[in-house]
Ligand binder design. Structure first.
Ligand code: SF4
Ligand code: SF4
Length: 96
């Protein structure tokens, strides 16, 4: 079985390509995910500026913890998250 894959479309969440959305004003994916798969963090630019909303992003840093509940995908107001459930720590533990 393939590993769980979670992707975020930064054309929808963030400031890429003219889209103006500060992910810090949303945070719905962070709030609804029980195993805390997502992290809100400054971009890894050479000149990170914590006061610039364009320098913030959400990353699914721990997809191995995903339970495959799909709540993040459902709650995202702009449809930026895609979850492809597969093998994760959660499924491995629960298969035993
Ligand atoms: S599918 Fe559920 S467990 Fe997985 S990242 Fe989304 S909210 Fe978290
Ligand atoms: S719920 Fe969607 S729009 Fe909101 S911060 Fe998460 S990925 Fe971005």
């Amino acid at each position: 079985m393939a590993k769980t894959k979670i992707t975020i479309d930064y054309d929808k969440c963030g400031y890429k390509d003219g889209v103006e959305m500060d992910p810090r004003n949303c945070r719905k994916c962070l709030g609804i995910c029980d195993p805390a798969v997502f992290l809100m963090h400054p971009t890894l630019d050479e000149h990170p500026d914590p006061f610039n909303p364009e320098k913030w992003m959400v990353t699914p840093v721990w997809p191995s913890m995903c339970m495959g509940c799909m709540k993040c995908q459902e709650v995202c107001p702009v449809g930026a998250i895609t979850v492809e459930p597969g093998e994760s720590l959660y499924t491995m533990i629960n298969e035993v």
